[in-house]
Design a protein. Structure first.
Length: 215
């Protein structure tokens, strides 16, 4: 049975839209794979440490050539890399914080982006399907006042598709702050429509991937 690696990074707990949408995906996935495996990391509840110089240097050294100290230093990175390489599909909740991704998600990416292994022409994860739920409190679509100020989606698209050579689908629920910000009250119907579409897209994507991987 297929394995799903599920990453959440929102700090908003049950109020998080990205978490709600990734939950819709995961539930649809588990319906299709009741005997499958889900590896879950909540980067808000249990953040991974930032990459250090010794760990970064060790990632460029073949495992067989590492000293015991280097091997110990790279234990977490190897665990994270193994989870990513072993997964059949990946699900990432990536809310927009201050126009970019949460620092906890960036820390995770720094551990798993390794040139000569996961990144580059010989990527060990090339072609793996990844679904990114990129939620945002407002709208950054073309024609809106904030168009062009979203530095999460372009960054993730370049890194995941370009450097890691993954097969990436983005689901983008917008206007998530409309229900709680009085000035955004006129946008609440649009916010609900965006959220409904995101949940529908997440469930459809999960079922499509489940069918593909079961074939």
């Amino acid at each position: 049975m297929a394995t799903l690696l599920h990453i959440d990074s929102s700090l908003n707990g049950d109020a998080s839209v990205s978490r709600a949408v990734t939950r819709s995906f995961r539930e649809a996935w588990e319906e299709q794979h009741p005997e499958g495996t889900v590896v879950y990391r909540d980067l808000a509840a249990a953040p991974v440490p930032h990459l250090t110089g010794p760990v970064y240097a060790t990632s460029r050294i073949p495992a067989a050539e590492r000293t015991p100290e280097q091997t110990e230093a790279s234990t977490l990175s190897e665990e994270l890399l193994s989870e990513l390489e072993s997964a059949d599909a990946v699900l990432i909740g990536a809310p927009l914080y201050n126009y970019s991704i949460p620092s906890t998600l960036k820390a995770w990416l720094d551990h798993v982006v390794v040139v000569g292994r996961t990144a580059g022409e010989t990527s060990t994860i090339a072609g793996k399907p990844v679904t990114v739920v990129s939620s945002r409190g407002g709208s950054y679509a073309e024609g809106t006042p904030m168009a062009g100020n979203d530095f999460a989606h372009p960054y993730l698209a370049w890194l995941l598709e370009g450097a890691l050579r993954l097969d990436v689908t983005f689901i983008v629920p917008e206007l998530t702050l409309a229900p709680v910000v009085p000035a955004m009250e006129p946008l609440r119907e649009k916010a609900k429509a965006s959220a409904d579409l995101a949940h529908e897209s997440a469930r459809a994507r999960a079922k499509e991937l489940a069918a593909r991987l079961a074939a």
